[in-house]
Design a protein around this ligand. Structure first.
Ligand code: PMP
Ligand code: GLU
Length: 380
């Protein structure tokens, strides 16, 4: 059977594939410990769920404007304005069906044939696939282990061409949990601005942060506006409010770009689910309550991070890892186990799943098959 050129190079999501396999094995009665899925094991905070239920009961079950209900866009803009210390226009907010959708809208709106998108490696598995769907070219670059695989402007400069259009970056990072400091972000932003490259910054794990720079990870919005070139910020409720199934994410871009992303969305999904928008509205309106709910979950994430790091240090010293400062992943290097039928991390993961019943995602999904990602968003 032949398919369109649009999907000729498309691969299914490897993270979802592993967690689906783990679920299937569990359903068959196998004793599987699932450390693959990147989603909080908590329930959505009750007061947020309640707002979604009330939204339905009050009749919020119809189409809304494509980019989201005006009050939700305003609440998000006001939250961002508070963070940035300057006015972030509600016209710049596009609410979508998950941050994944927001990222896709951004890539598809800005990049096309002939364009190159620099994908900061190790990358979240969907980034290059989104670029491929836009028929642009993903270009990979990874920082050194001494810097927790984070990139510097010099790394970026080594892959820049005149066709470079976007840099895609997540901080805190999926899959490593590394977090760019404000100075590191500033250096990258300066490089992007100098070369007029769009900075597509995925801050979905921003609130899940264990570092020393405040309650949440440093953000693009912490930088003075004059230090920023063109950028799109992506965030959402999935991770910090344990709302993966509600499917709400958002992008903020200058209004002319937001308009285009909204037009794209108007032909694909229309508005994100309206009851979910009511739940997100509660979360973004009551920031005090939100901060409390996030802090509660972060206590557990931090404890698990410490537990996992401690066990690796004491029991598995042969496997170096990036010390996670945010998100809920440990990215560890298993080269020490290579040989004897194990040629890469994919082989290692298959063996551990078959022999020990532990599911993790091989680094090939993130561009480096010497590593494995385990999620500790699961019970201690
Ligand atoms: N960005 C990163 C880095 C992620 O790990 C995820 C995981 N889901 C997303 C975006 C997408 O989140 P959502 O569930 O809101 O689509
Ligand atoms: N983002 C999560 C992960 O990386 C959820 C699965 C997905 O959407 O890829 O595992």
């Amino acid at each position: 059977m032949s398919f369109s050129e649009n999907i000729a190079r498309l691969q299914p999501s490897a993270t979802i594939a592993v967690s689906t396999l783990a679920k299937t094995l569990k359903a068959e009665g196998k004793d599987v410990i699932d450390l693959s899925a990147g989603q909080p094991d908590f329930d959505t905070p009750g007061w947020i769920s309640e707002a979604g239920i009330q939204g339905i009961q009050l009749g919020g079950t119809r189409y809304t404007p494509v980019a989201g209900m005006p009050e939700l866009r305003k609440a998000i803009a006001s939250m961002l304005s508070g963070r940035a210390g300057r006015d972030m226009s509600a016209d710049g907010v596009v609410v979508s069906s998950g941050a994944k959708h927001s990222l896709f809208n951004a890539v598809f709106t800005l990049a096309g044939p002939g364009d190159e998108v620099i994908v900061a490696g190790p990358y979240w598995t969907s980034y290059p696939q989104m670029v491929v769907l836009a028929r642009a070219e993903p270009v990979f670059v990874q920082g050194s282990p001494e810097r927790d695989l984070k990139l510097t402007p010099e790394d970026l400069e080594s892959v820049r061409t005149e066709n470079s259009r976007i840099l895609m970056l997540s901080t805190p990072s999926n899959p490593t949990g590394a977090v760019y400091s404000l100075d590191e972000l500033a250096a990258i932003a300066a490089w992007a601005k100098e070369h007029d490259i769009w900075l597509l910054c995925d801050e979905i794990y921003r609130e899940i942060y264990f570092g020393d720079d405040g309650p949440s990870a440093p953000s693009l919005l912490d930088l003075p506006v004059e230090d920023l070139g063109p950028f799109i910020l992506v965030d959402g409720v999935s991770k910090c409010f344990a709302m993966t199934g509600w499917r709400i994410g958002f992008a903020w871009a200058e209004p002319a770009v937001a308009k285009k992303m909204s037009a794209l969305q108007s032909h694909m999904t229309s508005n994100p689910a309206s009851p979910s928008q009511y739940a997100a509205l509660a979360a973004y309106r009551d920031l005090q309550h939100s901060a409390e709910s996030i802090a509660e979950m972060n206590v557990a994430f931090r404890r698990r991070r410490d537990l996992v790091v401690d066990r690796f240090k004491t029991l598995l010293p042969q496997f170096p890892f990036v010390t996670p400062e945010g998100a809920f992943y440990l990215f560890f290097n298993v080269e020490a186990a290579f040989g004897d039928g194990i040629e890469n991390a994919s082989d290692f993961c298959t063996k551990v799943l078959e022999e020990e019943g532990v599911a993790m995602v091989p680094g090939v999904a993130f561009g480096d098959d010497r590593y494995i990602r385990m999620s500790y968003a699961t019970s201690d």
